[in-house]
Design a protein around this ligand. Structure first.
Ligand SMILES: NC(=O)c1ccc[n+]([C@@H]2O[C@H](COP(=O)([O-])OP(=O)(O)OC[C@H]3O[C@@H](n4cnc5c(N)ncnc54)[C@H](OP(=O)(O)O)[C@@H]3O)[C@@H](O)[C@H]2O)c1
Length: 601
């Protein structure tokens, strides 16, 4: 065995692994199939043995194996992010099947993690390595096609089996994820540039919720247009064509090409069609070998796998938004948070002559009051204003006539029985009571700005780096009731929902903290400034506010050096409610907004 070979661990025994990548590893002089990872030991053993590999185990066993240099991941799309991140964090290079990232945020996180760990990450779009595309590029570069005008690509096949991962929305199936990456990538490869904007429609299957038809128009610089389609439930198509001012080139079979298949390319020019035959080639092996060469080159490598992955993820993200919002999306909108921001302004101080702060006797309530940042603030304690009592609210509002409300009253303690009724009564109904009063005041011509202090607990708490547009899937009853409050607040027109997590650095009430639990907790005395800025702005919507992502142990030991490390399992053992493993927040929107607000003071 060649000691120079890159040793691969393989996660998942998918069809593409069995038919494509594992035969490629068997035939490669640069890669070696070293260990098989499977959820089922018997299956792992069977696959490993079939390819003369003597090691198998769980996915975790593979990542722990010190002899392994690189991981090939062909798990269902929804698991790519989790296992790619774990593999990268374990210091392994990764080839992950397409789409490596099913959101742009996931792509960014993976690329950041690869760079941080000094390892390579390649999106497994093997088709691009087939020599047939080099032939098309030759036509383009030699000028035989003239100036390029239009690209058209389509990947389509019969409706997959309803029981397959392709038809499972929880596993990230659907034609948009499974097939669209191919024609989209081909257009980038042929035009040798990035699109400026996209328009996309995605049709979903009502039964499974997965995409079954997607059509996309990509506008490239210089007026060049690409059309890309992907379909579940049609006659087989695996093709693209490129139209130039002088000729047109059509691919007989562009994407899924068996290694023993001879390929035909058709060149239409001068009213004749020339057939070009391309001998069989194993594009999996060509991709694998290219990756191994670059891994060995290390810092000398000049290939931009990671930037390429991000560019692709950015286009697909724009396409999803385009389909959802039924509009053309500029690719620059995806990365440029400033463009996503409405024009945010600081309103004159006198706009808010009277501010009611609910939960005034609570931790955050006291921090806001002691900051002295907001003048004319009325901060009733629970006994002075019980938000579960609409009549008390009405009287309080009639007396105070507030211009704004910062709503920080809540039943926060999670240790209370998960179904504790006071949590629903206060966090949902209490918030709705306040909203109702604000609406009534508006009917009487008095406009009140509503700032709602929500929590990072509205997110699922597993992947971390949550952005405001991520799905809300609260992991315990507290998060659920705070989300209920958010829904009430969203019925208003002048509101801001602040999703945050804070702690008091001078009062850390535990002796141990987990090294594998992450969040973006912010010191409590840093939050009032952000709240005051947001209150005085014209921003309406939801915003995350927090600090840099850190483990709880790393965060707390900064001010409590005596704290001892422990694990998530230890923290959560015996609790009657769930906690988040990674509730960290993407706070790019807040950073950009803060800059804007500071600029226009
Ligand atoms: N602690 C965190 O890390 C965190 C993270 C994200 C978001 N938040 C949110 O931030 C806000 C403040 O949290 P905190 O840590 O300051 O909580 P806290 O110390 O428990 O304060 C909550 C306040 O709400 C009051 N309250 C409870 N039920 C009420 C009712 N029915 N009517 C009026 N007031 C009522 C409490 O008064 P009594 O004590 O007298 O009942 C207390 O003053 C909450 O909205 C919370 O959901 C907290």
């Amino acid at each position: 065995m060649n000691p120079q070979k890159i040793k691969f661990g393989v996660l998942g025994s998918s069809r593409v692994a069995l038919k494509g990548m594992l035969p490629a590893m068997r035939d490669s002089d640069l890669a070696e199939f070293f260990m098989m990872g499977s959820r089922h030991p018997e299956k792992g053993k069977e696959v490993a043995t079939q390819f003369n590999c003597t090691n198998w185990g769980s996915y975790e066993d593979v990542l722990k194996n010190k002899d392994i240099d690189a991981i090939y991941i062909s798990l269902p799309n929804a698991l790519h992010e989790e296992w790619t991140l774990k593999a990268l964090e374990a210091g392994k290079h990764v080839i992950c099947e397409k789409p490596t990232a099913i959101s742009y945020a996931a792509g960014k996180k993976m690329v950041e993690t690869a760079r941080k760990n000094n390892v390579r990450l390649l999106e497994g779009l093997m088709f691009r390595y087939h020599p047939q595309h080099a032939k098309v590029k030759e036509f383009v570069e030699s000028g035989s096609l003239g100036d390029l005008v239009r690209f058209e690509g389509c990947f389509a096949y019969a409706m997959p089996d309803r029981a397959s991962s392709a038809m499972s929305s929880t596993l990230g199936g659907g034609t948009f994820n499974d097939q669209m990456p191919y024609p989209v990538y081909s257009s980038r490869m042929i035009f040798k540039s990035e699109p400026e904007s996209v328009l996309c429609t995605i049709e979903t299957d009502p039964e499974s919720g997965v995409s079954i038809k997607s059509n996309m128009m990509l506008a490239y610089p210089g007026g060049r247009i690409a059309f890309a389609s992907s379909i579940f439930g049609s006659y087989y198509q695996s093709t693209y064509s490129v139209l130039g001012t002088k000729a047109n080139v059509r691919m007989g079979r562009a994407y899924a090409v068996p290694r023993d298949m001879e390929i035909k390319i058709f060149l239409d020019a001068d009213d004749k069609t020339e057939e070009i035959v391309i001998p069989p080639a194993d594009h999996f092996r060509l991709m694998l070998d290219d990756f191994c060469v670059e891994v060995v080159k290390g810092s000398e490598s000049t290939k931009h796998y990671e930037d390429d992955l991000l560019a692709q993820a950015r286009i697909l993200e724009a396409a999803r938004i385009s389909s959802r919002e039924r509009r053309v999306i500029k690719i620059s909108e995806i990365d440029d948070v400033k463009n996503k921001l409405p024009h945010v302004l600081m309103l004159p101080k006198e706009t808010f002559k009277k501010v009611i702060l609910t939960g005034g006797s609570g931790n955050l309530g006291r921090a806001i009051t002691r900051s002295g940042l907001l003048k004319n603030i009325v901060a009733p304690s629970h006994s002075e204003l019980d938000i579960t009592k609409p009549e008390e609210i009405r009287k309080f509002f009639e007396r105070e006539k507030p211009d704004a409300i910062i709503h920080a009253a809540a039943v926060v303690k999670m240790a209370q029985a998960d179904k504790d009724a006071s949590r629903v009564e206060t966090n949902i109904i209490g918030t709705a009571n306040l909203v109702h009063e604000v609406m009534k005041m508006k009917e009487n011509g008095h406009n009140i700005r509503f700032i709602y202090i929500s929590t990072d607990g509205v997110y699922e708490g597993t992947k971390g780096n949550y952005s405001e547009s991520d799905e809300t899937v609260p992991y315990n009853n507290y998060g659920l009731t705070k989300l209920g409050g958010e829904y009430a607040v969203r019925t208003l027109s002048n509101f801001c929902i602040i999703r945050t997590s804070f702690f008091d650095p001078n009062h850390i009430p535990f002796d141990t903290a987990a090294t594998d639990m992450y969040s973006s907790k912010i010191p409590i005395d840093e939050l009032p400034e952000a709240i005051a800025k947001i209150l005085q702005s014209n921003f309406s919507g939801t915003i995350n506010i927090g600090d840099e992502r850190k483990s709880h142990y790393d965060k707390y030991k900064e001010t409590k050096p005596s704290i001892k490390p422990c694990t998530f399992e230890e923290v959560t053992r015996g609790l009657n409610f769930n906690m988040a493993r990674d509730a960290s927040l993407d706070v790019t929107l807040w950073k950009a907004m803060k800059r804007q607000l500071e600029d226009n003071v």
